[in-house]
Design a binder for this molecule. Sequence first.
Ligand SMILES: [Zn+2]
Length: 357
Amino acid sequence: MPPKYRFSMTDDEPFELISGGGPGPGGRLLFLCDHASRALPDAFGDLGLERTLFATHIACDIGAAEVTRALAERFEAPAILARWSRLLVDLNRGEDDPTLVMKLSDGSIIPGNRGADVAGRIARFHRPYHARIDEMLDAMGGVPVLVSMHSFTPSWKGRARPWEVGVLWDRDGRLARPLMRRLGEAGFTVGDNEPYSGELENDTLYRHGTMRGLPHVLIEIRQDLIADAAAARAFAARLAPILELALEDMGTPALTFTRPLGAPAMPTIDEKTRESLEAAAFRRLVAHLRGRTDVQNIDLMNLAGFCRNCLGDWYREAAAEKGIALDKDQAREIVYGMPPAEWKARYQTGPTQKIHK
Ligand SMILES: [Zn+2]
């Protein structure tokens, strides 16, 4: 059984949490919905806005919360949704972003945001939301995959938006690329970084995806397709198998840091050179392990979840893929520099518990 991610929710918490952690295929997925809610805490009244505006897209991403909940249920995956409207504080912005607390949205002035206590709103609503995302990712362990759900208006400034679904991404296309392909195959009109660009520094996915090296994607759904709860659930039911296929296409993810902040660009390295550099690093690792006979395999296993024997096994598996048959001891000898039994007799100390089959 995978772990259950249980967190309490109190009245003060600025998010809704779905704990997930079921046995479903979503064991490594975390759904996010930054613009899930049109609600405001009582103390903020209606921010001086006309009540009718709260039914519109300026208060929340219409339908996005319902789609998020339905996807979380379907994948038995955890989800974190904003509890309050983006009009209070936009959770998909960095703390220093000038649009964090909007004074004007789609032509409407927001009186209650003039002279707002921005620092206070960050402390009460923005930081706890992002802190909980961090806690959840830590609790999930491994390499979680972030899927952030949003929705967009069918037209903007008098221009119709043709896309049914937009896939927003920055440099990490691990999930975005297969998802766009699978959506296209399923007959959707897909926007590649439309209607917005996914390159927004310090937004939610930059912070929790790019900076942590986790695969991530932002999905924008056109609001007329998810205008009520039933339509949103139906859409989620169409989207789920497509997302599942895209996740399969992506394969088992590893941490990949695509844009270290402020770092100079990586030099271009051709594949042959890259392989020889990787081989050099491997040889050095093996030489290092041969020199450090004081380091026990059991300690390596306890600390890092791998040991010399694992390295030998990985070598054997890589060889098998090239059609070269090595048995376990032969492969391990390449790591040890001697038959494993001999190394064991010479250097193994402490408990002789069996850590490998
Ligand atoms: Zn949004």
